[in-house]
Design a protein around this ligand. Structure first.
Ligand code: NAD
Length: 252
């Protein structure tokens, strides 16, 4: 029987690679996102998937999406909570409270809502698995990215707590902490850092790589491969972990 998988924010970036990896592994996949054209492109590429327009920061959207996705899949084995936004690059003092609330709503409360509503279905699975997308920002402080860092730390606590609460049902929960993943988002992050600090892009990139043993960006396919592994039978003894995929980052 193929695995039934729900991936949030799967239309672009890392989420899209996760969708690809699960589809290639033979899973039935449901994907939600706010980017409707990208969802349509995804559906055209993999006609077997189901897609849902859903802002995970809006509770009513999440309620509709989870029930429709689970109905279409005929159950749920794997939940990948990938959705997460960076928010502004700003000092805490200057941070807009509205933007703070939005980051918390998407990254933390959105993950809570999708997970909360998925748990009854995961309990019906023979081998439920929850993956929570944290970040290297979930184990270091990140100047000018306080909302992002605070929510990514919180998500590690959330994943570890889920692992304990759900162990009796054989459901596993783990957090992934990617480092600097090659892609569009990272370019935005570095551009923001250039603006906030006044340093050149070259200096910012050099500083970023200085903190890593392997001086290159993380391949998003490696994050996806880890997600598929964790959800597979080979990952059945792994729960409650915060797994770093970051070229051995020692500082942010
Ligand atoms: N890229 C990195 O270097 C990196 C590093 C560590 C952790 N992460 C985490 O990985 C996850 C994916 O990152 P990415 O770089 O692929 O992101 P991205 O910026 O490329 O966006 C991925 C998708 O999220 C969707 N999205 C945005 N807000 C949404 C919302 N409210 N509801 C539903 N979908 C929404 C976007 O439409 C997009 O399709 C995030 O949680 C991010 O924090 C990324």
């Amino acid at each position: 029987m193929s695995q039934k998988v729900l991936v949030t924010a799967g239309a672009n970036g890392i989420g899209r690679e996760i969708v690809r990896a699960f589809v290639e592994a033979g899973a039935q996949v449901a994907v939600c996102d706010i980017d409707v054209p990208a969802l349509a492109a995804l559906q055209a590429q993999w006609p077997g998937i189901t897609t849902y327009e859903c802002d995970v920061g809006r509770r009513a959207d999440v309620e509709r999406m989870v029930s429709s996705a689970v109905l279409a899949l005929g159950g749920l084995d794997v939940l990948v909570n990938n959705a997460g936004i960076g928010g502004p690059t700003s000092s805490v003092e200057q941070f807009s409270p509205e933007e703070w609330d939005r980051v918390v709503a998407v990254n933390l409360t959105g993950t809570f809502d999708v997970t909360r509503l998925s748990i009854p279905h995961l309990k019906q699975s023979a081998a439920g698995s929850i993956i929570v997308m944290s970040s290297a920002a979930g184990r270091f402080g990140y100047p000018y990215r306080s909302a992002y860092s605070a929510t990514k730390w919180a998500l590690v606590g959330f994943a570890k707590t889920l692992a304990i609460e759900l162990g009796d049902w054989g459901i596993r929960a783990n957090a992934l902490l990617p480092g600097a993943v090659d892609g569009e988002r990272l370019h935005r992050v570095y551009a923001g850092r250039v603006e906030a600090t006044g340093q050149s892009l070259e200096t910012v990139l050099e500083a970023a790589m200085a903190g890593q043993s392997l001086k290159r960006f993380v391949d998003p396919r490696d994050i996806a491969a880890m997600a598929v592994f964790l959800a597979s039978d080979a990952g059945k003894s792994i729960s409650g972990q915060a797994l770093c995929i970051d070229n051995d980052m020692q500082k942010a």
